[in-house]
Design a protein around this ligand. Structure first.
Ligand code: K2U
Ligand code: ZN
Length: 176
């Protein structure tokens, strides 16, 4: 089994980040390798979530580990073909960021609790309820699978400001 590798994270604006991803049809060794690479890439960033399109693979899978307590055991999760079964009425606002839009943060309001169903790497169907940061992160990642970014919840002026700054950032990166 090849070792895990850190994959490059696509930066906004990038058309691949705006596409709706097709479902995973079979859990192949390549899918398992991708999940392992995504977890390694997420921890390296560091981040608490990462969606497959962010590493340029347009498929419905994301990873997350929102354990933030120092020294607590990590809780890596791999969610394949995730879907939201129920959303609470109650909303939560969180200062969100995104590994594809580094150094930009803005408050986003989302349901405070969600019930989700997904397929695990074990091929089994899982169901669980998330609240707090796990709920925010899961919804942020699921949005990525539908080509939606947290800046899409902002007004057009703020979204354009961030996009222009990212275009400048990417031009400077390209110049080296
Ligand atoms: O999808 C991503 O870009 C990963 C995000 C997930 C995330 C964004 C906003 C709120 C929760 C999760 C990265 O983890 S951003 C880095 C980060 C780290 C700790 C807390 C919040 C965000
Ligand atoms: Zn993101």
């Amino acid at each position: 089994m090849p070792r895990m590798s850190i994959r490059p994270i696509l930066l906004h604006p990038d058309p691949r980040l705006k596409k709706a991803c097709p479902p995973v049809t079979a859990i192949t060794p390549e899918v398992a390798q991708l999940a392992e690479d995504m977890l390694a890439t997420m921890y390296d960033a560091p981040g608490i979530g990462l969606a497959a399109p962010q590493v340029g693979v347009l498929t419905r899978m994301f990873v997350m580990d929102c354990i933030k307590e120092e020294g607590a055991a990590p809780r890596p999760m791999v969610l394949i073909n995730p879907e939201i079964l129920w959303r609470s009425e109650e909303q939560n606002s969180y200062e969100e960021g995104c590994l594809s839009i580094p150094e930009h943060y803005a408050p986003v309001s989302r349901p405070a609790q969600v019930r989700m169903r997904w397929t695990g790497l074990d091929g089994k169907t899982h169901e669980d309820e998330f609240d707090g940061l796990w709920a925010t992160c899961a919804q942020h990642e699921l949005d990525h699978l539908d080509g939606k970014l947290f800046i899409d919840y902002l007004g057009p002026i703020k979204r354009q400001l961030i996009t222009r700054k990212m275009e400048k950032f990417k031009r400077e990166l390209a110049r080296g």
